[in-house]
Design a protein around this ligand. Structure first.
Ligand SMILES: *[C@@H]1O[C@H](CO)[C@@H](O)[C@H](O)[C@H]1NC(C)=O
Ligand SMILES: *[C@@H]1O[C@H](CO)[C@@H](O)[C@H](O)[C@H]1NC(C)=O
Ligand SMILES: *[C@@H]1O[C@H](CO)[C@@H](O)[C@H](O)[C@H]1NC(C)=O
Ligand SMILES: *[C@@H]1O[C@H](CO)[C@@H](O)[C@H](O)[C@H]1NC(C)=O
Ligand SMILES: [Zn+2]
Length: 510
Protein backbone atom coordinates (compact mmCIF):
# COMPACT_ATOMS: atom_id res chain seq x y z
CA UNK A 1 0.00 0.00 0.00
CA UNK A 2 2.92 2.32 0.52
CA UNK A 3 3.80 4.78 -2.16
CA UNK A 4 7.21 3.49 -3.23
CA UNK A 5 9.04 5.80 -0.91
CA UNK A 6 12.61 6.92 -0.99
CA UNK A 7 12.98 7.01 2.73
CA UNK A 8 16.29 8.36 3.90
CA UNK A 9 15.38 8.33 7.54
CA UNK A 10 12.34 6.18 8.01
CA UNK A 11 11.47 3.89 10.84
CA UNK A 12 11.11 0.33 9.76
CA UNK A 13 10.28 -2.65 11.83
CA UNK A 14 9.67 -6.35 11.64
CA UNK A 15 8.68 -9.14 13.93
CA UNK A 16 11.34 -11.23 15.53
CA UNK A 17 11.43 -14.96 15.10
CA UNK A 18 9.05 -17.34 16.76
CA UNK A 19 11.56 -18.56 19.34
CA UNK A 20 11.88 -15.16 20.96
CA UNK A 21 8.17 -14.59 20.70
CA UNK A 22 7.09 -17.75 22.48
CA UNK A 23 9.53 -17.15 25.33
CA UNK A 24 7.27 -14.35 26.49
CA UNK A 25 4.78 -15.87 28.87
CA UNK A 26 1.79 -13.66 28.50
CA UNK A 27 -1.86 -14.40 28.99
CA UNK A 28 -3.27 -14.34 25.50
CA UNK A 29 -6.88 -14.95 26.09
CA UNK A 30 -8.80 -13.03 28.67
CA UNK A 31 -10.18 -15.42 31.25
CA UNK A 32 -13.92 -15.42 31.57
CA UNK A 33 -15.07 -13.87 34.77
CA UNK A 34 -17.76 -15.70 36.73
CA UNK A 35 -20.17 -12.77 36.70
CA UNK A 36 -22.44 -12.51 33.68
CA UNK A 37 -22.81 -8.78 34.12
CA UNK A 38 -24.97 -7.99 31.10
CA UNK A 39 -27.99 -10.16 31.83
CA UNK A 40 -27.74 -9.57 35.55
CA UNK A 41 -28.27 -5.87 34.88
CA UNK A 42 -31.23 -6.63 32.66
CA UNK A 43 -29.69 -5.17 29.53
CA UNK A 44 -31.56 -5.91 26.33
CA UNK A 45 -30.08 -8.46 23.98
CA UNK A 46 -28.04 -6.75 21.27
CA UNK A 47 -29.87 -5.92 18.07
CA UNK A 48 -28.40 -4.35 15.02
CA UNK A 49 -30.83 -1.45 14.60
CA UNK A 50 -30.33 -0.12 18.11
CA UNK A 51 -26.58 -0.59 18.04
CA UNK A 52 -26.36 1.20 14.69
CA UNK A 53 -28.61 3.99 15.93
CA UNK A 54 -26.29 4.56 18.89
CA UNK A 55 -23.39 5.51 16.60
CA UNK A 56 -22.96 9.29 16.39
CA UNK A 57 -20.51 11.09 14.15
CA UNK A 58 -19.94 13.75 16.84
CA UNK A 59 -18.36 11.19 19.18
CA UNK A 60 -16.11 9.88 16.43
CA UNK A 61 -14.98 13.37 15.49
CA UNK A 62 -14.28 14.27 19.13
CA UNK A 63 -12.12 11.19 19.44
CA UNK A 64 -10.25 12.05 16.23
CA UNK A 65 -9.32 15.41 17.78
CA UNK A 66 -8.05 13.62 20.88
CA UNK A 67 -5.95 11.33 18.73
CA UNK A 68 -4.39 14.21 16.82
CA UNK A 69 -3.41 15.86 20.09
CA UNK A 70 -1.83 12.59 21.19
CA UNK A 71 0.12 12.38 17.91
CA UNK A 72 1.62 15.77 18.76
CA UNK A 73 3.44 14.24 21.71
CA UNK A 74 5.92 12.96 19.15
CA UNK A 75 6.78 16.39 17.74
CA UNK A 76 9.84 16.94 19.89
CA UNK A 77 11.36 13.67 18.70
CA UNK A 78 10.13 13.49 15.10
CA UNK A 79 9.60 17.13 14.24
CA UNK A 80 5.94 16.45 13.42
CA UNK A 81 2.97 14.54 14.85
CA UNK A 82 3.09 10.76 14.44
CA UNK A 83 1.86 7.65 16.19
CA UNK A 84 4.50 5.28 14.82
CA UNK A 85 5.41 2.44 17.17
CA UNK A 86 8.11 3.35 19.62
CA UNK A 87 6.98 7.01 19.65
CA UNK A 88 5.28 8.90 22.48
CA UNK A 89 2.34 9.40 20.15
CA UNK A 90 1.87 5.66 19.93
CA UNK A 91 2.33 5.13 23.66
CA UNK A 92 -0.30 7.84 24.18
CA UNK A 93 -2.64 6.12 21.73
CA UNK A 94 -2.40 2.86 23.66
CA UNK A 95 -3.07 4.65 26.94
CA UNK A 96 -6.06 6.40 25.40
CA UNK A 97 -7.62 3.19 24.10
CA UNK A 98 -6.89 1.26 27.27
CA UNK A 99 -8.27 3.87 29.63
CA UNK A 100 -11.39 4.36 27.52
CA UNK A 101 -12.04 0.61 27.76
CA UNK A 102 -11.25 0.58 31.47
CA UNK A 103 -13.95 3.19 32.04
CA UNK A 104 -16.63 0.82 30.70
CA UNK A 105 -17.37 -0.70 34.07
CA UNK A 106 -15.97 -4.20 33.63
CA UNK A 107 -17.99 -5.07 30.54
CA UNK A 108 -14.74 -6.26 28.94
CA UNK A 109 -11.79 -8.26 30.12
CA UNK A 110 -8.76 -6.33 28.95
CA UNK A 111 -5.34 -7.63 28.13
CA UNK A 112 -2.18 -6.19 26.74
CA UNK A 113 0.01 -8.36 24.61
CA UNK A 114 3.55 -7.05 24.36
CA UNK A 115 5.70 -8.39 21.56
CA UNK A 116 9.20 -7.78 20.27
CA UNK A 117 9.78 -5.86 17.08
CA UNK A 118 12.86 -4.63 15.36
CA UNK A 119 13.20 -0.98 14.64
CA UNK A 120 15.19 -0.09 11.53
CA UNK A 121 16.43 3.27 10.39
CA UNK A 122 18.14 4.08 7.11
CA UNK A 123 20.11 7.29 7.62
CA UNK A 124 21.84 7.57 4.28
CA UNK A 125 22.34 5.52 1.15
CA UNK A 126 23.91 5.72 -2.28
CA UNK A 127 24.35 3.37 -5.19
CA UNK A 128 26.67 4.09 -8.10
CA UNK A 129 26.72 1.73 -11.07
CA UNK A 130 29.50 2.37 -13.55
CA UNK A 131 29.49 6.15 -13.67
CA UNK A 132 25.81 6.52 -13.03
CA UNK A 133 23.59 6.98 -10.02
CA UNK A 134 20.42 5.13 -10.98
CA UNK A 135 17.45 7.22 -10.01
CA UNK A 136 15.30 4.30 -8.97
CA UNK A 137 17.77 2.73 -6.51
CA UNK A 138 16.30 2.60 -3.01
CA UNK A 139 17.44 0.68 0.03
CA UNK A 140 15.06 -2.04 1.19
CA UNK A 141 13.36 -1.59 4.55
CA UNK A 142 15.22 -3.32 7.36
CA UNK A 143 18.38 -3.61 5.33
CA UNK A 144 21.60 -3.86 7.31
CA UNK A 145 24.29 -1.24 6.58
CA UNK A 146 27.21 -1.92 4.27
CA UNK A 147 30.35 -3.10 6.11
CA UNK A 148 31.45 -0.57 8.76
CA UNK A 149 28.75 1.77 7.41
CA UNK A 150 31.22 2.66 4.67
CA UNK A 151 30.96 2.43 0.89
CA UNK A 152 31.81 -0.99 -0.53
CA UNK A 153 33.17 -1.63 -4.02
CA UNK A 154 32.46 -4.56 -6.28
CA UNK A 155 31.52 -5.70 -9.74
CA UNK A 156 27.92 -6.59 -10.43
CA UNK A 157 27.51 -10.35 -10.78
CA UNK A 158 24.41 -11.64 -12.53
CA UNK A 159 22.71 -14.29 -10.42
CA UNK A 160 21.07 -17.22 -12.23
CA UNK A 161 17.29 -17.71 -12.35
CA UNK A 162 15.59 -15.71 -9.60
CA UNK A 163 18.29 -16.24 -7.02
CA UNK A 164 16.16 -18.40 -4.75
CA UNK A 165 18.65 -21.24 -4.54
CA UNK A 166 22.24 -21.20 -3.28
CA UNK A 167 23.37 -22.79 -6.56
CA UNK A 168 22.11 -19.73 -8.47
CA UNK A 169 24.97 -17.68 -7.01
CA UNK A 170 28.20 -18.07 -8.99
CA UNK A 171 31.54 -18.11 -7.15
CA UNK A 172 32.36 -14.59 -8.41
CA UNK A 173 29.64 -13.22 -6.15
CA UNK A 174 32.13 -13.43 -3.28
CA UNK A 175 33.46 -9.94 -2.61
CA UNK A 176 31.17 -8.48 -5.28
CA UNK A 177 27.61 -7.24 -5.64
CA UNK A 178 24.87 -9.79 -6.40
CA UNK A 179 22.48 -8.66 -9.14
CA UNK A 180 19.25 -10.59 -8.66
CA UNK A 181 15.94 -10.71 -10.54
CA UNK A 182 12.76 -10.16 -8.51
CA UNK A 183 10.36 -13.09 -8.17
CA UNK A 184 9.46 -16.52 -6.69
CA UNK A 185 11.07 -15.99 -3.28
CA UNK A 186 11.12 -13.02 -0.94
CA UNK A 187 13.57 -10.12 -1.05
CA UNK A 188 14.74 -11.29 2.38
CA UNK A 189 15.59 -14.77 1.04
CA UNK A 190 17.59 -13.28 -1.84
CA UNK A 191 19.50 -10.97 0.49
CA UNK A 192 20.30 -13.86 2.79
CA UNK A 193 21.52 -16.11 -0.03
CA UNK A 194 23.64 -13.27 -1.43
CA UNK A 195 25.12 -12.77 2.03
CA UNK A 196 25.86 -16.47 2.41
CA UNK A 197 27.57 -16.42 -1.00
CA UNK A 198 29.86 -13.68 0.28
CA UNK A 199 28.39 -10.70 -1.58
CA UNK A 200 29.23 -7.26 -0.14
CA UNK A 201 25.79 -5.96 -1.22
CA UNK A 202 22.80 -7.08 -3.25
CA UNK A 203 20.58 -5.40 -5.80
CA UNK A 204 17.17 -6.84 -6.58
CA UNK A 205 15.89 -5.56 -9.93
CA UNK A 206 12.29 -5.51 -11.01
CA UNK A 207 10.83 -7.84 -13.64
CA UNK A 208 8.85 -4.94 -15.07
CA UNK A 209 9.98 -1.40 -15.79
CA UNK A 210 8.62 0.03 -12.51
CA UNK A 211 10.53 0.99 -9.37
CA UNK A 212 11.10 -1.63 -6.71
CA UNK A 213 10.67 -0.65 -3.10
CA UNK A 214 10.21 -3.39 -0.56
CA UNK A 215 11.25 -4.84 2.74
CA UNK A 216 13.59 -7.62 3.84
CA UNK A 217 11.16 -8.33 6.72
CA UNK A 218 12.67 -10.12 9.73
CA UNK A 219 16.42 -9.50 9.80
CA UNK A 220 18.80 -12.46 9.76
CA UNK A 221 22.56 -12.44 10.37
CA UNK A 222 23.24 -13.27 6.71
CA UNK A 223 21.33 -10.37 5.17
CA UNK A 224 23.56 -7.98 3.25
CA UNK A 225 22.91 -4.35 2.40
CA UNK A 226 20.19 -4.56 -0.27
CA UNK A 227 18.80 -2.12 -2.80
CA UNK A 228 15.78 -2.35 -5.06
CA UNK A 229 16.14 -1.20 -8.68
CA UNK A 230 13.59 -0.56 -11.43
CA UNK A 231 13.51 -2.85 -14.45
CA UNK A 232 14.06 0.25 -16.58
CA UNK A 233 17.37 1.04 -14.89
CA UNK A 234 18.34 -2.64 -14.85
CA UNK A 235 17.80 -3.27 -18.60
CA UNK A 236 21.01 -1.75 -20.03
CA UNK A 237 23.05 -3.24 -17.16
CA UNK A 238 21.81 -6.74 -17.87
CA UNK A 239 22.72 -6.34 -21.54
CA UNK A 240 26.27 -5.38 -20.63
CA UNK A 241 26.64 -8.23 -18.16
CA UNK A 242 25.28 -10.74 -20.66
CA UNK A 243 27.77 -9.44 -23.21
CA UNK A 244 30.54 -10.28 -20.74
CA UNK A 245 31.36 -6.68 -19.89
CA UNK A 246 32.46 -5.66 -16.42
CA UNK A 247 30.12 -3.31 -14.57
CA UNK A 248 31.60 -1.96 -11.38
CA UNK A 249 29.67 -0.36 -8.52
CA UNK A 250 29.85 1.45 -5.24
CA UNK A 251 27.17 0.67 -2.66
CA UNK A 252 26.68 2.54 0.57
CA UNK A 253 24.03 2.23 3.25
CA UNK A 254 24.23 3.73 6.71
CA UNK A 255 21.48 2.01 8.64
CA UNK A 256 20.65 0.62 12.03
CA UNK A 257 18.37 -2.21 13.13
CA UNK A 258 17.47 -2.47 16.81
CA UNK A 259 14.95 -4.26 18.99
CA UNK A 260 12.01 -2.61 20.72
CA UNK A 261 8.77 -3.76 22.35
CA UNK A 262 5.30 -2.72 21.44
CA UNK A 263 1.84 -3.92 22.44
CA UNK A 264 -1.48 -5.18 21.14
CA UNK A 265 -4.60 -4.39 23.17
CA UNK A 266 -7.35 -7.01 23.37
CA UNK A 267 -10.81 -6.52 24.89
CA UNK A 268 -13.24 -9.40 25.19
CA UNK A 269 -16.79 -9.26 26.47
CA UNK A 270 -17.20 -10.90 29.86
CA UNK A 271 -20.55 -12.12 28.63
CA UNK A 272 -21.17 -14.37 25.68
CA UNK A 273 -20.09 -17.87 24.76
CA UNK A 274 -16.28 -17.78 25.01
CA UNK A 275 -16.00 -20.80 22.69
CA UNK A 276 -17.63 -18.87 19.86
CA UNK A 277 -16.09 -15.47 19.37
CA UNK A 278 -16.50 -12.85 16.72
CA UNK A 279 -13.24 -10.96 16.49
CA UNK A 280 -12.49 -7.62 14.89
CA UNK A 281 -9.45 -5.40 14.72
CA UNK A 282 -7.89 -2.17 13.58
CA UNK A 283 -4.34 -0.92 14.03
CA UNK A 284 -3.28 1.52 16.72
CA UNK A 285 -0.09 2.67 15.01
CA UNK A 286 0.59 5.07 12.16
CA UNK A 287 3.56 5.46 9.83
CA UNK A 288 6.36 7.77 11.00
CA UNK A 289 5.52 10.38 8.35
CA UNK A 290 2.30 11.59 9.94
CA UNK A 291 -0.43 11.34 12.60
CA UNK A 292 -2.46 8.63 10.81
CA UNK A 293 -5.93 9.91 11.59
CA UNK A 294 -7.57 8.09 8.70
CA UNK A 295 -4.93 5.30 8.63
CA UNK A 296 -5.89 3.83 10.97
CA UNK A 297 -7.13 6.30 13.58
CA UNK A 298 -10.52 5.95 11.90
CA UNK A 299 -10.64 2.16 12.32
CA UNK A 300 -9.23 2.26 15.86
CA UNK A 301 -11.81 4.83 16.93
CA UNK A 302 -14.63 3.04 15.13
CA UNK A 303 -13.81 -0.03 17.19
CA UNK A 304 -13.63 2.01 20.38
CA UNK A 305 -16.99 3.63 19.71
CA UNK A 306 -18.69 0.34 18.84
CA UNK A 307 -17.11 -1.27 21.92
CA UNK A 308 -18.47 1.59 24.02
CA UNK A 309 -22.01 1.44 22.65
CA UNK A 310 -22.13 -2.34 22.89
CA UNK A 311 -21.97 -2.06 26.68
CA UNK A 312 -25.67 -1.09 26.66
CA UNK A 313 -26.52 -4.59 25.49
CA UNK A 314 -26.08 -8.19 26.45
CA UNK A 315 -24.55 -10.62 23.95
CA UNK A 316 -24.93 -14.35 23.23
CA UNK A 317 -21.51 -14.82 21.68
CA UNK A 318 -18.24 -13.43 22.85
CA UNK A 319 -17.01 -10.32 21.06
CA UNK A 320 -13.27 -9.72 20.97
CA UNK A 321 -11.81 -6.41 19.85
CA UNK A 322 -8.14 -5.99 18.96
CA UNK A 323 -5.99 -2.91 18.46
CA UNK A 324 -2.89 -4.16 16.67
CA UNK A 325 0.50 -2.49 16.87
CA UNK A 326 3.17 -2.53 14.17
CA UNK A 327 0.72 -2.97 11.28
CA UNK A 328 2.59 -0.41 9.24
CA UNK A 329 5.85 -2.30 9.66
CA UNK A 330 4.49 -5.55 8.22
CA UNK A 331 1.41 -6.63 10.23
CA UNK A 332 3.60 -7.40 13.23
CA UNK A 333 0.97 -7.35 15.97
CA UNK A 334 -1.65 -9.46 14.23
CA UNK A 335 0.99 -11.90 13.00
CA UNK A 336 2.30 -12.30 16.52
CA UNK A 337 -1.16 -12.76 17.97
CA UNK A 338 -2.08 -15.56 15.59
CA UNK A 339 1.36 -17.15 15.71
CA UNK A 340 1.27 -17.71 19.47
CA UNK A 341 -2.43 -18.61 19.57
CA UNK A 342 -2.83 -22.24 20.68
CA UNK A 343 -4.87 -24.40 18.30
CA UNK A 344 -7.85 -24.72 20.66
CA UNK A 345 -7.98 -20.92 20.95
CA UNK A 346 -7.70 -20.52 17.19
CA UNK A 347 -10.75 -22.79 16.85
CA UNK A 348 -12.83 -20.52 19.11
CA UNK A 349 -12.52 -17.58 16.72
CA UNK A 350 -15.38 -18.00 14.31
CA UNK A 351 -14.25 -15.13 12.10
CA UNK A 352 -12.02 -12.06 12.00
CA UNK A 353 -13.12 -8.69 10.59
CA UNK A 354 -10.53 -6.11 9.56
CA UNK A 355 -11.28 -2.39 9.78
CA UNK A 356 -8.45 -0.33 8.37
CA UNK A 357 -9.16 3.17 6.90
CA UNK A 358 -12.87 3.86 7.36
CA UNK A 359 -13.17 7.44 6.12
CA UNK A 360 -10.87 8.25 3.20
CA UNK A 361 -11.59 11.77 1.89
CA UNK A 362 -12.10 10.64 -1.72
CA UNK A 363 -13.63 7.36 -0.61
CA UNK A 364 -15.16 4.35 -2.28
CA UNK A 365 -17.04 1.76 -0.24
CA UNK A 366 -14.67 -1.13 -0.73
CA UNK A 367 -15.34 -4.69 0.33
CA UNK A 368 -12.52 -7.22 0.40
CA UNK A 369 -13.33 -9.86 -2.18
CA UNK A 370 -12.96 -12.74 0.23
CA UNK A 371 -14.35 -15.97 -1.16
CA UNK A 372 -14.75 -19.48 0.16
CA UNK A 373 -12.95 -20.78 -2.92
CA UNK A 374 -9.76 -18.96 -2.02
CA UNK A 375 -10.16 -18.34 1.74
CA UNK A 376 -11.35 -20.21 4.83
CA UNK A 377 -15.03 -21.12 4.63
CA UNK A 378 -17.19 -18.36 6.04
CA UNK A 379 -15.14 -15.57 4.47
CA UNK A 380 -17.68 -15.32 1.68
CA UNK A 381 -20.66 -15.23 4.06
CA UNK A 382 -18.96 -12.32 5.81
CA UNK A 383 -18.30 -10.60 2.48
CA UNK A 384 -21.98 -11.00 1.62
CA UNK A 385 -23.06 -9.45 4.91
CA UNK A 386 -21.28 -6.25 3.86
CA UNK A 387 -22.75 -6.37 0.35
CA UNK A 388 -26.28 -6.88 1.67
CA UNK A 389 -25.95 -4.01 4.09
CA UNK A 390 -24.69 -1.52 1.49
CA UNK A 391 -27.43 -2.67 -0.88
CA UNK A 392 -30.07 -2.21 1.86
CA UNK A 393 -28.86 1.35 2.40
CA UNK A 394 -29.02 2.04 -1.32
CA UNK A 395 -25.27 2.56 -1.41
CA UNK A 396 -22.80 1.44 -4.07
CA UNK A 397 -19.74 -0.64 -3.29
CA UNK A 398 -16.73 -2.11 -5.09
CA UNK A 399 -14.65 -5.23 -4.55
CA UNK A 400 -10.98 -4.95 -3.72
CA UNK A 401 -8.38 -7.72 -3.65
CA UNK A 402 -7.97 -9.68 -0.45
CA UNK A 403 -4.23 -9.87 -0.94
CA UNK A 404 -2.49 -9.61 2.40
CA UNK A 405 -2.21 -5.87 2.82
CA UNK A 406 -3.79 -5.63 6.26
CA UNK A 407 -4.16 -7.46 9.55
CA UNK A 408 -6.54 -10.16 8.34
CA UNK A 409 -3.63 -11.92 6.67
CA UNK A 410 -2.44 -14.09 9.57
CA UNK A 411 -6.02 -15.13 10.33
CA UNK A 412 -6.90 -16.40 6.88
CA UNK A 413 -3.50 -18.09 6.57
CA UNK A 414 -4.33 -19.98 9.73
CA UNK A 415 -7.76 -21.18 8.78
CA UNK A 416 -9.87 -18.42 10.34
CA UNK A 417 -12.51 -16.92 8.03
CA UNK A 418 -11.88 -13.25 7.43
CA UNK A 419 -12.90 -10.16 5.55
CA UNK A 420 -13.51 -6.50 6.00
CA UNK A 421 -14.18 -3.14 4.44
CA UNK A 422 -12.05 -0.12 3.61
CA UNK A 423 -12.36 3.21 1.83
CA UNK A 424 -9.15 3.33 -0.20
CA UNK A 425 -5.52 4.36 0.14
CA UNK A 426 -3.18 5.38 -2.69
CA UNK A 427 -5.32 3.87 -5.44
CA UNK A 428 -6.86 6.16 -8.04
CA UNK A 429 -10.57 6.75 -8.21
CA UNK A 430 -12.04 5.89 -11.61
CA UNK A 431 -14.61 7.91 -13.55
CA UNK A 432 -17.15 5.21 -12.84
CA UNK A 433 -16.42 5.37 -9.12
CA UNK A 434 -16.91 9.11 -9.22
CA UNK A 435 -20.51 8.52 -10.32
CA UNK A 436 -20.91 5.79 -7.71
CA UNK A 437 -19.50 7.64 -4.69
CA UNK A 438 -18.96 11.28 -5.60
CA UNK A 439 -15.51 12.73 -5.02
CA UNK A 440 -12.89 13.27 -7.72
CA UNK A 441 -11.85 10.80 -10.42
CA UNK A 442 -8.11 10.70 -11.07
CA UNK A 443 -7.18 11.47 -7.46
CA UNK A 444 -6.11 9.05 -4.77
CA UNK A 445 -8.88 7.77 -2.49
CA UNK A 446 -6.77 9.13 0.33
CA UNK A 447 -4.57 11.94 -1.05
CA UNK A 448 -2.85 12.16 2.37
CA UNK A 449 -2.13 8.45 2.61
CA UNK A 450 1.00 7.89 4.73
CA UNK A 451 1.71 11.60 4.83
CA UNK A 452 1.82 14.42 7.33
CA UNK A 453 -1.56 15.72 6.16
CA UNK A 454 -3.39 12.58 7.39
CA UNK A 455 -4.87 14.74 10.14
CA UNK A 456 -8.38 15.47 11.46
CA UNK A 457 -9.28 17.13 8.16
CA UNK A 458 -8.46 13.93 6.29
CA UNK A 459 -11.56 11.96 7.17
CA UNK A 460 -14.85 12.14 5.29
CA UNK A 461 -17.49 12.11 8.00
CA UNK A 462 -20.21 10.70 5.72
CA UNK A 463 -18.13 7.65 4.91
CA UNK A 464 -16.87 7.27 8.46
CA UNK A 465 -20.36 7.28 9.91
CA UNK A 466 -21.72 4.89 7.28
CA UNK A 467 -18.90 2.43 7.86
CA UNK A 468 -19.04 2.65 11.63
CA UNK A 469 -22.69 1.73 11.43
CA UNK A 470 -21.74 -1.20 9.23
CA UNK A 471 -19.12 -2.27 11.75
CA UNK A 472 -21.81 -2.04 14.45
CA UNK A 473 -24.04 -4.19 12.24
CA UNK A 474 -21.32 -6.82 11.80
CA UNK A 475 -20.72 -6.95 15.55
CA UNK A 476 -24.42 -7.06 16.45
CA UNK A 477 -25.12 -9.79 13.89
CA UNK A 478 -22.52 -12.23 15.17
CA UNK A 479 -22.78 -11.26 18.84
CA UNK A 480 -26.39 -12.37 18.56
CA UNK A 481 -25.99 -15.55 16.56
CA UNK A 482 -23.80 -17.68 14.33
CA UNK A 483 -26.83 -19.46 12.88
CA UNK A 484 -26.13 -20.27 9.26
CA UNK A 485 -22.49 -19.29 9.57
CA UNK A 486 -20.09 -22.16 8.76
CA UNK A 487 -18.67 -24.02 11.75
CA UNK A 488 -14.93 -24.01 12.23
CA UNK A 489 -13.42 -27.40 11.55
CA UNK A 490 -9.95 -28.85 11.91
CA UNK A 491 -9.88 -29.16 8.14
CA UNK A 492 -10.27 -25.41 7.88
CA UNK A 493 -7.04 -25.00 9.83
CA UNK A 494 -5.31 -26.41 6.76
CA UNK A 495 -7.28 -24.39 4.27
CA UNK A 496 -4.78 -21.56 4.26
CA UNK A 497 -3.70 -20.64 0.76
CA UNK A 498 -0.30 -22.00 -0.26
CA UNK A 499 0.20 -19.29 -2.83
CA UNK A 500 2.82 -16.77 -1.70
CA UNK A 501 1.43 -13.24 -1.51
CA UNK A 502 3.28 -10.27 -2.93
CA UNK A 503 2.27 -8.17 0.01
CA UNK A 504 2.51 -8.64 3.70
CA UNK A 505 1.36 -5.28 4.93
CA UNK A 506 1.76 -2.32 2.62
CA UNK A 507 5.29 -3.08 1.53
CA UNK A 508 6.28 -5.53 -1.14
CA UNK A 509 8.10 -8.58 0.16
CA UNK A 510 8.35 -10.51 -3.08
C1 LIG B 1 -26.62 3.66 26.62
O1 LIG B 1 -27.99 3.95 26.75
C2 LIG B 1 -28.25 5.10 27.52
C3 LIG B 1 -29.76 5.22 27.68
O2 LIG B 1 -30.41 5.10 26.44
C4 LIG B 1 -27.66 6.31 26.84
O3 LIG B 1 -27.87 7.46 27.61
C5 LIG B 1 -26.17 6.09 26.65
O4 LIG B 1 -25.62 7.15 25.92
C6 LIG B 1 -25.94 4.79 25.90
N1 LIG B 1 -24.55 4.54 25.65
C7 LIG B 1 -23.64 4.23 26.59
C8 LIG B 1 -22.27 3.97 26.13
O5 LIG B 1 -23.92 4.17 27.78
C1 LIG C 1 -13.66 -12.26 -6.45
O1 LIG C 1 -12.84 -13.41 -6.25
C2 LIG C 1 -13.25 -14.51 -7.01
C3 LIG C 1 -12.45 -15.74 -6.59
O2 LIG C 1 -11.14 -15.43 -6.22
C4 LIG C 1 -13.08 -14.20 -8.49
O3 LIG C 1 -13.50 -15.28 -9.27
C5 LIG C 1 -13.95 -12.97 -8.81
O4 LIG C 1 -13.73 -12.58 -10.15
C6 LIG C 1 -13.61 -11.81 -7.89
N1 LIG C 1 -14.59 -10.77 -8.12
C7 LIG C 1 -14.25 -9.50 -8.23
C8 LIG C 1 -15.37 -8.57 -8.52
O5 LIG C 1 -13.13 -9.09 -8.11
C1 LIG D 1 -24.66 4.39 -7.49
O1 LIG D 1 -23.99 4.41 -8.72
C2 LIG D 1 -24.78 4.85 -9.81
C3 LIG D 1 -23.91 4.78 -11.05
O2 LIG D 1 -23.48 3.46 -11.25
C4 LIG D 1 -25.29 6.24 -9.59
O3 LIG D 1 -26.14 6.63 -10.62
C5 LIG D 1 -26.02 6.32 -8.28
O4 LIG D 1 -26.38 7.65 -7.99
C6 LIG D 1 -25.13 5.80 -7.16
N1 LIG D 1 -25.85 5.77 -5.90
C7 LIG D 1 -25.51 6.51 -4.86
C8 LIG D 1 -26.35 6.35 -3.65
O5 LIG D 1 -24.55 7.25 -4.86
C1 LIG E 1 -17.79 13.48 1.99
O1 LIG E 1 -17.93 12.96 0.70
C2 LIG E 1 -19.15 13.30 0.08
C3 LIG E 1 -19.22 12.54 -1.23
O2 LIG E 1 -18.07 12.75 -1.98
C4 LIG E 1 -19.21 14.81 -0.10
O3 LIG E 1 -20.44 15.17 -0.66
C5 LIG E 1 -19.05 15.47 1.25
O4 LIG E 1 -18.97 16.85 1.08
C6 LIG E 1 -17.80 14.99 1.94
N1 LIG E 1 -17.80 15.50 3.30
C7 LIG E 1 -16.70 15.93 3.91
C8 LIG E 1 -16.85 16.39 5.30
O5 LIG E 1 -15.62 15.95 3.34
ZN1 LIG F 1 -0.91 2.32 6.34
Amino acid sequence: MAPPSRWSCTLLLAALGAATASELQIPLIPQQSPSRAGNALGKPLVNTDDLQASIKIESLVERAKDLYEIAQKSVHEYGHPTRVIGSEGHAGTLEYIYSALESLGGYYTLSEQPFPAVLGKVYESRLVIGHEVPESASPMSLTPPTAHKEPVYGDLVLVANEGCDASDYPAEVTGNVAFVLRGTCSFGAKSELAGKAGAVAAIVYNYDSGDLSGTLESPTPDHVATFGLSGKDAGPIIEKLKAGKVVDSIAYIDAEVKQIQTTNIIAQTVEGDPDNCVMLGGHSDSVSEGPGINDDGSGSLTLLEVATQLTNFSVNNCVRFAWWAGEEEGLLGSDYYVEVLPEEENMKIRLFMDYDMMGSPNFAYQVYNATNAANPEGSEELRNLYLDWYADQGLNYTFIPFDGRSDYDAFIRNGIPGGGIATGAEGIKTKEEETMFGGVAGDWYDPCYHQLCDDTGNVNSTAWLVNTKLVAHSVATFALSFDGFPERSKASMQSASEEPAKYHGHRLVL
